[in-house]
Design a protein around this ligand. Structure first.
Ligand SMILES: Nc1ncnc2c1ncn2[C@@H]1O[C@H](COP(=O)(O)OP(=O)(O)OP(=O)(O)O)[C@@H](O)[C@H]1O
Length: 245
């Protein structure tokens, strides 16, 4: 006989955004946005400039309070929780513009994210992923090249082995070869089971990695479906016409 303890557990989605509205001051930017990131999966959130993609990520991580709707992380309602509490639950947000502490060294940036007593692990893991960082450990993060700063931001994000990572425009302003390296890193982490919600200007590249994709237009989700469907030329042009990559 099988007891409930023996039954296989079905993991709740890594993230559920349910009917969320949010904005800045008098302006409403997001209107009834709903999306799901299943545990261990990669989801792309795409749309034109100003559609509200960054605002969705800020609402999810608790940097912007929502006006209505619900946000659940791993099945738990976190809508009323502040950002540090959500980060403690396994969420990580790599913001547009790198998000490194520019005045600290590379080593200090990594150690800051690591668990107490395991600082060397953080540095070792980062250097294994991006060997160039090993040559720059004593350098101030603000003096790294844009690509190296993005590598540091990515490596620092993964130090605590998060369950869900929000990645905002990781490839912005970077040379294609660096973008390949950053996306290769994300792909490996995804293969290990970290859920990802990716916002990126290179729509095709994000779609190639994602299982599912949502299109945001003027603060509303206007399409959600398998990423592979959106790679189909007709759908791509109708929703993302004019977007790079
Ligand atoms: N701090 C802010 N105060 C007021 N309005 C803001 C603020 N941040 C963003 N907005 C406005 O909210 C809307 C959505 O911006 P958001 O940055 O979320 O879009 P996006 O889809 O990420 O665009 P992009 O691809 O250009 O970064 C825009 O009209 C923007 O001007």
């Amino acid at each position: 006989m099988t007891s409930t303890l023996d039954a296989p557990s079905i993991a709740p989605p890594a993230l559920e955004v349910d009917g969320v509205s949010a904005g800045y001051g008098q302006t409403t930017v997001l209107r009834e946005v709903s999306l799901v990131v299943p545990a261990g999966s990669v989801v792309a959130l795409l749309g034109s400039n100003g559609a509200g993609k960054t605002t969705v990520l800020r609402a999810v991580s608790g940097l912007l309070p929502v006006r209505s709707g619900t946000i659940r992380i791993a099945g738990r309602d976190v809508t009323g929780e502040r950002a540090p509490r959500r980060f403690a639950r396994g969420l990580c947000h790599v913001p547009e513009g790198r998000g490194v502490f520019r005045g600290l060294t590379v080593r200090e940036n990594l150690v800051l994210q690591g668990a107490a007593g395991r600082e060397d692990d953080a540095v070792e893991r980062a250097v294994a992923a991006f060997p160039i960082l090993g040559e720059r450990l004593s350098q101030q993060a603000g003096t790294l090249s844009g690509g190296q700063q993005q590598m540091l931001a990515m490596a620092a994000a993964y130090v605590r082995s998060p369950d869900l990572v929000l990645v905002d425009e990781a490839s912005l302003g970077l040379a294609p070869i660096i973008v390949d390296e950053i996306f290769g890193f994300l792909q490996q982490r995804a293969a290990e089971g970290t859920a990802l919600l990716i916002v990126d200007q290179f729509a095709r590249r994000a779609l190639a990695m994602a299982g599912h994709a949502y299109i945001l237009r003027r603060g509303r989700i206007v399409h959600g479906g398998p990423a592979a469907d959106l790679l189909n030329a007709e759908l791509f042009d109708s929703y993302l016409g004019g977007q790079a990559g």
